[in-house]
Design a protein around this ligand. Structure first.
Ligand code: FPP
Length: 253
């Protein structure tokens, strides 16, 4: 009997940029009878493991949704616990991130963050500026609609000041005013916990992203889960609006 034909991935190149909506920390904790913050703590540890796994997989940029502009509606205890956790995780793993040549970026309105988070974040953003192996982008107090409104205001101000003509407002003028200016668009968005939504995360940048929904809660999203998501991505043919016949090999990335 002949062996089955090997399955060739359609898209053999790893995603250059992955965005992750790390969802389900609270439900993970509740299912184990633990406080919600314990779910966030385990989620933060998972994030460190997934950063390593992304670097090893040849990914260049990872954007994680750590705190949405809407998360302020949560109980104060959870909000302040999340910020303390963010500060702790940064401090605890700084040497490791440095060793792996990781550059830290933040998107979102950081001016509203407590000083004890903002200050160490700004220090690491500065000190990691020369790191080139990997970009870790943390979305903190981020919302895509808020980002789009800010870009629209900046365009309107430039038009009002005569620096820009209305007919010069094109995609590149919009893109250069987004907080992700200069970064490649995400190729793959992963959302954990079995929810099928984008929840105001990188809405414009994800126009052509492949989306993978994982059923596990974020604290259970380990390296093997990432490999599954990457295998799913490898099966996707990226067409960017073109016909299959028009595709160039460079479209698969
Ligand atoms: C969603 O789970 C997760 C968050 C709102 C926070 C994500 C944060 C981390 C993984 C820790 C890293 C933290 C920082 C600040 C860098 P959920 O609470 O919405 O879960 P649920 O839907 O099950 O309630």
């Amino acid at each position: 009997m002949s062996s089955p034909a090997p399955i060739h991935p359609v898209n053999p190149v790893p995603p250059r940029h992955i965005g992750i909506i790390m969802d389900g920390n609270g439900r993970w904790a509740a299912a184990k009878g633990l406080p919600r913050l314990e779910g966030h703590r385990r989620g933060a540890e998972r994030l460190i493991e997934i950063i390593d796994a992304c670097i090893d997989a040849g990914v260049n940029t990872l954007t994680v949704f750590a705190f949405s502009a809407e998360n302020w509606k949560r109980p104060l205890e959870e909000v302040s616990g999340l910020f303390k956790l963010g500060e702790w995780i940064l401090r605890a793993h700084l040497a490791r991130l440095e060793k792996r040549n990781v550059r830290l970026h933040v998107i979102g309105d950081v001016t509203a963050l407590p000083e004890f988070v903002r200050s160490p974040l700004e220090d690491v953003i500065k000190s990691s500026r020369g790191n080139t192996a990997f970009n870790l982008v943390v979305a903190l107090n981020y919302g895509a609609r808020q980002e789009i409104v800010a870009a629209a205001r900046s365009l309107a101000a430039d038009v009002a000041a005569g620096k820009l003509q209305p007919n010069e407002v094109d995609w590149s003028a919009v893109e250069s005013r987004l907080q992700t200016a200069g970064m490649p668009d995400p190729d793959l968005i992963i959302r954990t916990s079995g929810e099928f939504r984008l929840s105001n995360f990188l809405l414009l940048q994800s126009a052509y992203a492949e989306i993978v929904f994982a059923s596990v809660f974020w604290p259970d999203f380990d390296k093997a889960q990432l490999q599954l998501a990457l295998a799913e991505y490898a099966k996707r043919e990226r067409r960017f609006g073109q016909t299959r016949e028009q595709l160039q090999p460079s479209d698969q990335r």
